[in-house]
Design a protein around this ligand. Structure first.
Ligand SMILES: *[C@@H]1O[C@H](CO)[C@@H](O)[C@H](O)[C@H]1NC(C)=O
Ligand SMILES: *[C@@H]1O[C@H](CO)[C@@H](O)[C@H](O)[C@H]1NC(C)=O
Ligand SMILES: *[C@@H]1O[C@H](CO)[C@@H](O)[C@H](O)[C@H]1NC(C)=O
Ligand SMILES: *[C@@H]1O[C@H](CO)[C@@H](O)[C@H](O)[C@H]1NC(C)=O
Length: 392
């Protein structure tokens, strides 16, 4: 009864890292459902089915097949299934860079500056300024633990006010989920590559608020649907839009400097057709039958290691082979620099040297941040639990 013990393992794991209970079903039943739901083909058809996305995903499938620890392996499979095909894509590239409205940047900077510059808080224990609890995805020792400079009411207002801004980029109606932060990363910290929850973190933004004068450049790294790894160097007041449950992202390089602060904004599609819980079920079904098999090492395939629900490539510089210039993987890496232009979205297909946007992208329906008609009803009025979740 080898299968039985495998199953127990997978059930425990799935429950540990996600609220889904799909693994109360037997492996036999899972595979039956898998067939019925149309996931029998291997390798699967990825979404979107571009050469670049196929290249990224097929390499990861091979890497994950060589993870030895069974918990890690299951977590890696469910994450990759979400990213590769279960979560749909809403944009062409999966990311875009733009300039945030000045009045909101000012508002966030006042909060940050009062706390970190004027009060000089570096070791807080207050209600609104505190050290973030430990999350495996954020690296570094105790002294590197991020600071949280929070204001749930403000965050909710900003999240609501900026909904049309995110709708402009994504092209769909959105329901605000959460704005998390301001989080100030500190010296010696990093953030491993990961995807976010597919239930609530679908269309997201990283709003760079400010950083210490001594902060060294620290790009956000995001993979896109055309197989590029983008290193985006944000300027305070820039927002990186991204499909956060779809595209792996992180800051795997170590940060050097006093602090680096951002607000993390998350939205879900407002459409009644969007069913987050169903996605969790589907992603478990899509995991291939051979998920628990340990494949032998393959020449030239980089080692892949899970850390909680994030990953690293431990043998490569910067913990990601595409950020290691000695690796073949780095040839699809592109650098982008803020400040982003106002009212426009910078993304692949543009010249990263000049960031001059092609005409057809300009002002695609952007209404300057005013609420669109019929859009306000998606707004979630509950703001009490904003700071309790484990948000990335
Ligand atoms: C999904 O990505 C593909 C590849 O870039 C693109 O052709 C397609 O239009 C995207 N879907 C949406 C809804 O933007
Ligand atoms: C906050 O501090 C930074 C760094 O000193 C400065 O550039 C920025 O203008 C300040 N923002 C506000 C709104 O005071
Ligand atoms: C950050 O940490 C490094 C050691 O990793 C140290 O050399 C440097 O002085 C520190 N910088 C700041 C701003 O604390
Ligand atoms: C959100 O919380 C603030 C206090 O933190 C409260 O004043 C406000 O009414 C709340 N808003 C909603 C919509 O619940």
């Amino acid at each position: 009864m080898v299968m039985k013990s495998l199953l127990l393992f997978c059930c425990t794991t799935a429950l540990l890292y996600s609220p889904t209970v799909v693994h109360s079903m037997s492996e036999e039943h899972r595979l039956e459902q898998r067939q019925k739901h149309g996931y029998a083909q291997w390798p699967p058809t990825v979404v979107p089915n571009t050469p670049g996305w196929n290249r990224i995903m097929n390499r990861r499938f091979e890497q994950i097949s060589r993870i030895r620890n069974r918990d890690d392996k299951w977590n890696a499979w469910v994450a990759i299934m979400t990213s590769a095909l279960i979560a749909t894509n809403y944009t062409e590239n999966g990311w875009g860079l733009t300039r945030a409205p000045d009045h909101i940047t000012r508002r966030l900077q006042l909060r940050l500056n009062r706390t970190l510059l004027e009060e000089g808080i570096i070791d807080p224990s207050g209600k609104y300024t505190y050290k973030e609890h430990y999350i495996p995805v954020i690296g570094g020792e105790e002294h590197a633990r991020p600071l949280m400079i929070t204001n749930a009411h403000d965050n909710r207002e900003i999240l609501n006010e900026m909904t049309p801004f995110f709708e402009w980029w994504s092209g769909i109606d959105l329901k605000p989920s959460i704005a998390y932060g301001i989080r100030a990363y500190r010296n010696d910290s990093n953030l491993l590559m990961h995807i976010d929850k597919p239930t609530s973190h679908v269309i997201s933004g990283i709003y760079h608020v400010g950083r210490s004068e001594d902060a060294e450049p620290w790009p956000i790294v995001i993979e896109d649907f055309h197989g590029n790894t983008n290193q985006v160097y944000l300027t305070p007041g820039d927002i990186l839009f991204y499909e956060s449950s779809k595209c792996n992202h992180g800051r795997p390089q170590t940060f050097y400097g006093g602090y680096y602060a951002s607000l993390f904004m998350h939205y879900a599609p407002a459409s009644p057709d969007f069913d987050g819980k169903a996605l969790l079920h589907e992603r478990d079904l899509a995991v291939p039958p051979h998920w628990h098999v340990d494949f032998p090492p393959q020449e030239g395939l980089d080692e892949f290691e899970m850390v909680g629900t994030s990953f690293k490539e431990p043998k490569c510089k910067n913990l990601l082979c595409s950020l290691d210039e000695t690796s073949e993987q780095s040839k699809n890496t592109v650098n982008w620099y803020g400040p982003a232009p106002k009212g426009m979205i910078v993304t692949n297909g543009w010249d990263p040297e000049t960031m001059e946007p092609p005409k057809e992208w300009v002002e695609r329906g952007y209404d300057g941040g005013k609420k669109r008609d019929g859009n306000a009803d998606g707004i979630d009025s509950d703001n009490s639990s904003d700071e309790e979740e484990d948000e990335l």
